[in-house]
Design a protein around this ligand. Structure first.
Ligand code: FEO
Ligand code: CA
Ligand code: CA
Ligand code: CA
Length: 627
């Protein structure tokens, strides 16, 4: 049995102690009553678990049904749908133009938003594209129109939805709320780095405007109803040689993986000089940000909020602190990268929505250090006041001399402060019922030296961390942590593949899980987890899915299994918790070409290629999903 097993067992058995330390000081509540309150409020969902499978269909527990809401290529305006079969054969300029008005590819984040007069919207990210599945005979480099169509299939969509009488939802073609933001939409640069020399390019010498947002993975909703969409693997689009770059610029790019060997498959740099490092060394500094989008105002340009730091942003999720400040939790999804949070300087104004636009331009950016004693600290990187960036005095000279580097090179600042290198931080999110922060560490098979927060060397399965901020206050600078879930299979032969729930081995009735990615929380505080990686040969070799963990009863079930090659993302509930939305991203991925697809989901008889889509799940009996 691996050394980590005993460690974890000791560490997670006593939830009472975990809550006790974490909630110590919470005003007016005895520890026992707090714990009771949490325990009482957490009934587990009643459905009978399903198990991971490899079938070419969406599997749900008995008593649930699903329907499509919107698919790649569905028109948001009143024009024709994208002809994806024609795209597959030969892309034209006219098709690129249509993609600008049609639902994008590889849907990731899904946000349910209530608009005035009872209207409902979904905001959906389009993370990346699969040219090998989109284009017939694709051989590693797209032609000009294929590259442009991919660029326009990125970004995000805002789309109005309406419920069907018989359950499920459909989207409203031509709604005035419908909007596409793509890899070419003008975005503003907001916050302290607006105008910074490294943010200036030939086409934008003022450092104020950038075309497009790219690789929008997950996101978060703000209390004032905007969306924080996150630029994750932005490096993938930048190509060309770094030989002509200055030493400093080359080093900064290197820390972020620029240029990327994935640039060829998108081909942007072959046809647009801003993506070619030799011609535009600074353009990639203008990606890797959290971007604020107002879904209720289609004329408001997206704004890149530079105070939130630059890294491969998975998501940015918010909570309001007791004193009204807004806290944003964020993960940098790469191996050995960090977990961050941002605490706003100003307070949320619930009476005047517009007053909160810009609230995330001032505050303090922190990075997490997880200590061996199960405690941890948020280490300040910099505080932003007005346009001024005040670096942590402990940071070395280059950050003091050029404080903008604290944000452009948040990774370098976190390195210098001795933050804890994590196993690919995905979603990091506040559970409003348990009042703790949940962090998905998806996997890191390259880890050789384990630490207590990343306890497995060669972590192929991933794990989930729970952070209890001191006093239950999200602005705290100290916390306790534990590991509720070490992913794997109940009956694994080797410890590093074994599923452990709160440090305990489980029997075979518990479903296997790997590669946790995104969270949603229901009204009872249950933690819904979507996965991205089950199919890998080193993991379960089964389809990705949706799972639910009940933190008080420590029950764990599987709710949904996707189709071959897809990941599941964007878990989201409608406000009445009677619908569960999620994205079926990249169905069929892994096939080298459309000639050998394992699925053509969603199986329209005319479909040559599978289509990434958003689905809704509901109970025909009308009860809440978690009932
Ligand atoms: Fe795009 Fe970290 O998943
Ligand atoms: Ca993700
Ligand atoms: Ca979420
Ligand atoms: Ca993912």
């Amino acid at each position: 049995m691996g050394e980590y097993f005993g460690d974890i067992l000791q560490r997670t058995l006593r939830r009472r102690d975990f809550l006790k330390t974490a909630l110590w000081g919470a005003a007016g509540l005895a520890i026992s009553s707090l714990e009771e309150k949490v325990a009482l409020s957490l009934p587990a969902p009643s459905f009978a678990t399903i198990y991971p499978n490899g079938e070419d269909k969406i599997t749900l527990p008995a008593g649930f049904q699903y329907g499509l809401v919107i698919r790649w290529g569905d028109a948001l305006d009143n024009g024709p749908h994208l002809d994806w079969n024609a795209v597959h054969e030969q892309v034209t300029a006219a098709m690129v133009e249509r993609q600008k008005h049609c639902f994008g590819y590889n849907c990731d984040f899904v946000g349910y938003v209530e608009a005035p007069r009872g209207r409902r919207l979904l905001v959906v990210n389009h993370e990346y594209t699969n040219p090998e599945l989109m284009f017939q005979g694709f051989e590693g480099r797209p032609n000009r129109w294929q590259a442009a169509l991919q660029r326009e299939a990125h970004g995000l969509s805002v789309v109005e939805i309406r419920p069907h009488q018989q359950g499920g939802w459909h989207y409203v073609q031509g709604s005035p709320y419908n909007r596409r933001i793509t890899g070419s939409t003008p975005c503003q640069i907001g916050g302290p780095l607006q105008g910074h020399p490294l943010m200036c390019t030939q086409y934008d010498p003022q450092g104020r405007l950038v075309y497009g947002t790219l690789n929008n993975c997950a996101a978060g909703k703000t209390p004032w109803g905007t969306i924080l969409t996150c630029e994750e693997n932005f490096h993938s689009y930048f190509g060309g040689s770094e030989a002509s770059l200055s030493g400093q610029v080359r080093e900064l790019h290197k820390r972020y993986g620029v240029p990327s060997d994935r640039a060829d498959r998108y081909g942007f740099y072959l046809y647009e000089k801003r993506f070619n490092l030799e011609k535009e060394p600074n353009e990639s500094f203008r990606f890797g940000w959290v971007v604020e989008v107002d879904p209720l105002n289609p004329t408001q340009p997206p704004v890149k909020r530079t105070a939130l730091g630059r890294f491969r942003h998975e998501a940015a999720t918010t909570v309001i602190a007791p004193d009204g400040r807004v806290v944003v939790y964020m993960g940098d999804d790469a191996r050995f990268e960090y977990i961050y949070k941002f605490v706003s300087q100003g307070q949320y104004n619930p009476r005047q929505r517009e007053a909160n636009w810009g609230l995330l331009d001032e505050g303090t950016l922190y990075v997490a250090r997880f200590n061996e004693n199960l405690g941890g600290e948020w280490l300040p990187i910099a505080t932003i006041q007005g346009r001024k960036i005040l670096p942590n005095p402990a940071l070395p000279d280059p950050f003091q001399a050029n404080p903008g580097l604290c944000l452009i090179n948040s990774r370098g600042a976190a390195d210098a402060l001795g933050a804890t290198k994590m196993d690919r931080p995905e979603d990091v999110e506040w559970n409003p019922v348990t009042k703790t922060v949940w962090a998905a560490l998806t996997y890191n098979e390259r880890r050789t030296a384990s630490d207590r927060a990343n306890p497995r060397s060669e972590n192929v399965m991933g794990h989930v961390l729970e952070i209890a901020e001191a006093g239950g206050n999200p602005t705290a600078v100290r916390f306790q942590w534990q590991i509720p879930l070490l992913c794997g299979e109940p009956a694994a032969a080797v410890p590093h593949r074994q599923l452990l729930l709160y440090g305990q081995a489980v029997d075979k009735t518990v479903p296997a899980i790997s590669a946790p990615d995104n969270f949603a929380f229901d009204a009872r505080g249950n933690v819904w987890i979507t996965t991205d990686g089950n199919p890998a040969p080193s993991r379960l070799q089964k389809n990705d899915g949706v799972y639910v963990l009940n933190p008080s009863g420590r029950e764990f079930k599987m709710f949904l299994s996707g189709v071959p090659g897809c990941e599941i993302c964007g878990p989201e509930f409608s406000s009445d918790y009677r619908t569960f939305f999620c994205a079926i991203q990249h169905p069929g991925e892994g096939a080298k070409s459309t000639a050998e697809l394992p699925t053509r989901w969603p199986y329209d008889e005319k479909v040559v290629v599978p289509r990434p889509s958003v689905i809704a799940v509901w109970r025909p009996d009308g009860r809440e999903i978690s009932a």
